[in-house]
Design a binder for this molecule. Structure first.
Ligand SMILES: [Zn+2]
Length: 413
């Protein structure tokens, strides 16, 4: 591997120093500050660091941190992998991830949806993974359509090999200008952002109740491409028709979908499923998600859900016989506007012991009341835990609520 130019070496080294200082002073894991310092000194640093790596970029509204982790784990079978494991998914985080492991021949980077065109342009990544697009606390339908359009422009005329979820019409549209696409039928549970054809605005027809049904526009030729890989229940089906039982430690359908996408991505790097799959099975939790914490003999399963599609995925992982605590905050990273709470169908929680807390507990309480779901309002997460009968608990929280529960109740067990 050739050396980085002197200026880039210096920028990268100073970035690492800043990261170390940031960690030492308790200001975070340092992955962003280090990258910022590096980029200030050498604006072209990301391009230089990316230049010699075989790189995959991973983007989506939901599941990108987990899928990045799964792909990185799989590729370790081939060699060292540089990755932004803590979800610092903008260019400063990418610089930091790549400088922390300059010798690694592979890189897997989670990329914020809005930054994907810029990061693709800078890194010239050979593989791009696109999973789902849906509204979140910041973006509404029109904005995610614009985002998909930017993906189309960014991918057109590039040699990148795209791995895309063809069960998401908007992702399909966003990916379809790419020179080469491997289509994965990864399923789509959340349909509210894909009633309309992204190409012409006409209605999309699809069989309801099936997560990976065919879909087609009624008014133009836009339709679901033939998938190369399929998630079928507990199995991945590869392009040769071989079935692979996933047997993941990570729970739920959404993670099985992430795993099939990871297998398809590994295959794009020349890694076959029999070598990739054991690596995926080793992953137990990702940045604290899906972990359990223990307090007073109770085991609490922590689920992060930041937007409507994420809540549906979290419901899929919870157990109907367990009490559930819902915690919603509205600080910067969560978005101040919690009107998206109205987009979620909470009726699945009816009949369960539901506790509601967090800064926006009253908003959520009103929403549950309208949905006819009984609940108990509590002032804090700790109060919910002490009010509950002995036994295990499911917890769904949005970003800062999730972080504060993790801080208060300690790391994973
Ligand atoms: Zn159409």
């Amino acid at each position: 591997m050739s050396q980085l130019p002197l200026r880039a070496q210096l920028a990268s080294a100073l970035g690492r120093t800043a990261a170390t200082l940031s960690r030492a002073t308790g200001r975070g894991d340092g992955s962003v500050i280090g990258g910022r310092v590096g980029l200030l000194l050498e604006p072209d640093l990301l391009r230089k660091l990316a230049h010699e790596k075989k790189l995959a970029l991973v983007s989506a509204t939901n599941g990108k941190t987990t899928t990045t982790r799964l792909i990185a784990s799989a590729l370790q079978e081939l060699g060292e992998v540089a990755t932004n494991a803590f979800g610092a998914n903008m260019p400063a985080g990418h610089v930091s991830a790549l400088s922390s492991n300059k010798a690694a021949p592979y890189g897997v980077l989670e990329v914020d949806e809005k930054y994907l065109p810029e990061v693709l342009d800078t890194t010239e990544a050979g593989v791009v993974v696109l999973m789902n697009l849906s509204r979140d606390q910041m973006d509404r339908a029109a904005e995610i359509w614009l985002l998909a359009q930017k993906w189309r422009r960014a991918l057109a005329g590039r040699p990148a090999h795209v791995i895309a979820n063809c069960d998401d019409p908007l992702v399909t549209w966003g990916a379809s200008t790419a020179a080469r696409v491997t289509w994965v039928a990864g399923g789509q549970r959340w349909h509210e952002d894909s009633w309309c054809c992204p190409e012409c605005g006409g209605p999309l027809d699809r069989a309801e109740g099936i997560v990976n049904a065919d879909w087609a526009c009624r008014e133009c030729t836009f339709s679901r491409p033939e998938p190369n890989w399929i998630l079928d229940g507990e199995d991945a089906v590869d392009p040769y028709g071989h079935r692979w039982r996933l047997d993941l430690q990570l729970p739920g359908t959404a993670n099985r979908s992430n795993a099939v996408i990871a297998l398809a991505t590994a295959a794009a790097f020349g890694l076959e499923p029999q070598r990739a799959l054991p690596r995926l099975r080793e992953v137990k939790s990702v940045a604290g998600r899906y972990t359990t914490v223990e307090r007073d003999g109770r085991v609490m399963k922590l689920l992060l859900a930041k937007n409507p599609a994420g809540w549906l995925e979290a419901f899929d992982v919870t157990r109907p016989d367990r009490p559930i605590v819902l915690s919603v905050n509205a600080q910067g990273p969560d978005g101040r506007d919690t009107s998206w709470l109205w987009d979620v169908d909470y009726r699945i929680l009816a009949g369960r012991h539901v506790y509601v807390t967090g800064e926006r507990r009253l908003d959520l309480a009103l929403r549950l009341d309208v949905a006819g779901v009984g609940f108990i309002l509590v002032d804090s997460f700790g109060q919910a835990v002490s009010a509950l009968p002995p036994g295990d608990i499911d917890v769904i929280a949005n970003y800062t609520a999730f972080q504060s529960i993790r801080t208060e109740f300690g790391r994973a067990v």
